[in-house]
Design a protein around this ligand. Structure first.
Ligand SMILES: [Zn+2]
Ligand SMILES: [Zn+2]
Length: 166
């Protein structure tokens, strides 16, 4: 999906607004494909002193299974879009910004949205950031409270204890 930028490429101060729907339903996390709803990218590309800066948001609702507790999850996500578009990729990388090459005089929105989405979401799909997961012994969902299992002693301390007892 290309966003034409020929109007602003050589026009400092000019900008183009965009709103587009991108299909990322082929993105796989574990066994699930959580991005089954369209991903909406919206924002502005502005020619700032000759540099094309794209800002906006990428948002969608994901449906899937938590990687830690296996609960079904449905989460609205809204990720910041803040990238720089360049005609040629330079060798020097700017750490603060994500840099994408233009395709002719257009921005490849699908490529940008896909990259921003994947990098922001990380590799795990969680029902919430601090999901406690399931007890590895009894399988209880630790989000609902502690289970009765004894905490496994830290093997390093066990070895140390053995040494001290000798
Ligand atoms: Zn979870
Ligand atoms: Zn347990």
């Amino acid at each position: 999906m290309l966003l034409g930028l020929s109007k602003i490429i050589d026009a400092p101060g000019e900008s183009v607004d965009f709103r587009a729907s991108v299909d990322l339903s082929d993105l796989q996390y574990g066994k699930s494909y959580p991005v089954c709803e369209p991903v909406i990218a919206q924002g502005t590309v502005r020619n700032t002193a000759g540099v094309l800066v794209m800002t906006g948001t990428v948002s969608t609702t994901i449906h899937g299974t938590c990687d830690r507790c296996a609960a079904d999850l449905q989460r609205d996500v809204e990720l910041p879009l803040d990238v720089v578009l360049v005609t040629e990729l330079a060798n020097e990388e700017n750490e603060d910004e994500w840099v994408f090459p233009l395709v002719g005089e257009s921005a490849d929105l699908e490529d940008i949205v896909r990259t921003v989405f994947v990098l922001n979401m990380g590799s795990k799909l969680l029902c919430r950031e601090d999901c406690k997961g399931l007890c590895c012994r009894c399988g209880k969902d630790l989000n609902q409270g502690p289970c009765g299992c004894q905490k496994e002693p830290d093997p390093r301390f066990a070895a140390l204890k053995q040494l001290l007892e000798k």
